[in-house]
Design a protein around this ligand. Structure first.
Ligand SMILES: Nc1ncnc2c1ncn2[C@@H]1O[C@H](COP(=O)(O)OP(=O)(O)OP(=O)(O)O)[C@@H](O)[C@H]1O
Length: 310
């Protein structure tokens, strides 16, 4: 499969505040033009990771490469011009119109802009007919869309969105999703979007990243999203950890008696793969995981005990 060029890479990123480790050993790579969904329970570290990737929260250890430059070594302004974001609720001026709020942002960035460009942004986020309304007179859905409008107004290469559908009703969530998909297609921007809404992210994202306790516990890049995901449980005597590391990138638990891991290989294909390593076994359990099962399993909220014995 063709590997696209990464726009952004996090290498060995750690963040600690006092004695508390908030992000631990993050290695991530983001390719151009894709939407990445960042999932995880409250306190998993999603917002902190987005701030680190934005260039406003220097990691305690590790590095961020954005567009071939170290984000924390290059001049701040060049990154600000290439990244758009909504992290925590974006501040706007209540007594300015929607048009003026976008215009002020472009002035702040000291960018040349035309009236037509602002109109295009407002059209892209479905707010053109409301452009002369004061910000204070808009609904939450309109505010969220204006936030996205401001984030894309300066044509960034990267868009970081922290829970952009927070507080919206199902219709509003659908509108934001469709709008984001359109924007990515039109503007060829890479998007990293965090959410608690598993089903929503699944509809929007090309790739999934699941975080828990400051760690990345799952990346979908090795699994085709349309494929089924299998959870296997093998006695250690048949399949040890070293071999599992060779056949699966997603080891879940590694115990004294059993190892559990995720694979996109169905039991038949896995069996063939194991034959190549001369492994024979007479005991193994497998379960097909839904995305929700996988998520819950990864954040260790439930125990999966519905294995099918082989
Ligand atoms: N500046 C800070 N100082 C101390 N602790 C912090 C700081 N920022 C974040 N934390 C802690 O780090 C952990 C991760 O927080 P973060 O906001 O990144 O998680 P999150 O996944 O975005 O959560 P949520 O979904 O609730 O927004 C939390 O325990 C939080 O209390």
């Amino acid at each position: 499969m063709r590997q696209l060029e990464p726009l952004l890479q996090a290498e060995n990123v750690h963040v600690s505040v006092g004695k508390k480790a908030i992000l631990k050993d993050i290695h991530l790579s983001f390719e151009k033009g894709k939407i990445y969904g960042l999932l995880g329970p409250n306190g998993a570290g999603k917002t902190t990771l987005l701030k680190v990737l934005l260039g406003v929260f220097p990691p305690t250890k590790g590095s961020i490469a954005f567009d071939h430059h170290d984000l924390y070594k290059s001049s701040n302004m060049s990154a600000i011009h290439s990244i758009g974001s909504i992290i925590e609720f974006p501040g706007f001026y209540d007594n300015l119109t929607l048009y003026e709020n976008i215009e002020l942002h472009l002035k702040y960035l000291k960018l040349d802009y035309s009236k037509e460009e602002i109109v295009k942004v407002l059209l892209d986020v479905g707010l053109h007919e409301h452009k002369d309304k004061l910000f204070s007179q808009t609904s939450l859905g309109m505010k969220q869309r204006l936030g996205i409008g401001r984030a894309i107004a300066h044509h960034p290469k990267l868009l970081l969105l922290d829970e952009p559908t927070n507080g919206l009703d199902p219709q509003g969530i659908k509108e934001v999703r469709e709008m984001l998909l359109r924007i990515v297609k039109d503007r060829e921007v890479t998007v990293i979007v965090s959410s608690h809404l598993l089903s929503e992210i699944n509809l929007m994202a090309d790739e999934l990243i699941i975080m828990n306790n400051g760690e990345v516990v799952f990346e979908s890049k090795s699994l085709k999203r349309t494929q089924e995901i299998f959870l296997y449980k093998f006695p250690v005597k048949h399949l040890d950890r070293a071999l599992i590391d060779k056949i699966s990138e997603h080891v879940l638990t590694s115990g004294k008696a059993y190892n559990e891991f995720i694979s996109a290989l169905n039991p038949e294909k896995l069996s063939k793969e194991l034959k190549n390593y001369s492994v024979s076994y007479n005991e193994m359990e497998v379960k097909v995981l839904s995305l929700e099962d996988l998520y819950l399993k990864l954040i260790a909220k439930v125990k999966t005990n519905e294995f099918i014995s082989a």
